[in-house]
Design a protein around this ligand. Structure first.
Ligand SMILES: C[S@@+](CC[C@H](N)C(=O)[O-])C[C@H]1O[C@@H](n2cnc3c(N)ncnc32)[C@H](O)[C@@H]1O
Length: 217
């Protein structure tokens, strides 16, 4: 793919090519891997914990990937789960992983921006998604619209780190031709309150990113 191709196309190309490699990261739950990739497991735990605070919630998972988080939130009591992703191999992996949940799980192969998504949701997940968005504001606004009255967005956002930042830039952008973006706490607050969200809970479990719960009301 050309370097001048739109950012979304380059992101989609990356996840088309690497769906299985990404999925395999979750298999490796050895202590060393967990230490090297703590964000992957922390964000999944936050999704599960948040789902557990609602009674039989409807959950929307934006950039659902291979359904690794979907299976946990369905097991944690989500009454309905809608996963959306624009990379076909990711949706195929998610489909086979979530088949056992029957009609409680729906998967959509679409770009979130522009997709027609029915109803509103108690929990909207955006985990490992904002990393790849050159214009995140329309995504945050649409997520706000899709939150039910007492609903919340659970999102992960990378931050620039002097140690890991240059390595990520090199791996993703220069070698992998995939754009990536970073966030600051102030920038996040501005974007999320500007999108309509009220109460924000922002954690920074490591210096490499933020985990956020943004409540509609
Ligand atoms: C790093 S993966 C994270 C997958 C999953 N949320 C997880 O944490 O396991 C990011 C996913 O976002 C998807 N994605 C990125 N931009 C998207 C968009 N505009 N619409 C739908 N999916 C998108 C990619 O295809 C990819 O599968």
């Amino acid at each position: 793919m050309r370097r001048s191709a739109p950012a979304a196309e380059r992101v989609r190309a990356r996840f088309r090519e690497r769906a299985q490699t990404f999925d395999d990261l979750y298999e490796d739950e050895r202590p060393l891997t967990r230490q090297l990739r703590p964000g992957l497991f922390r964000r999944r735990q936050l999704a599960v914990d948040t789902v557990g605070t609602y009674r039989t919630p409807r959950v929307l998972d934006v950039g659902c990937g291979s359904g690794r988080i979907g299976e946990f939130v369905l097991e944690a009591g989500a009454s309905e789960y809608v996963g959306i992703d624009f990379a076909e191999p990711m949706i195929e992996l998610a489909r086979s992983r979530l088949e056992r949940f029957g009609s409680r799980a729906t998967l959509m192969l679409e770009d979130f921006i522009g997709a027609r998504i029915p109803g509103r949701f108690d929990v909207v997940l955006a985990l490992g998604l904002f990393d790849y968005l050159p214009e995140p504001e329309p995504f945050a606004r649409r997520m706000f619209e899709l939150c039910a009255e007492h609903g919340c967005l659970v999102g992960s956002f990378p931050a620039w780190s002097p140690l890991k930042g240059p390595i990520r830039k090199l791996r993703y952008e220069w070698i992998g031709n995939c754009p990536i973006f970073n966030y600051t706490r102030d920038g996040l607050e501005l974007m999320l309150t500007g999108s309509g969200f009220g109460r924000l809970e922002i954690e920074s479990p490591s210096h490499t990113g933020f985990l956020v719960r943004a409540y509609r009301g």
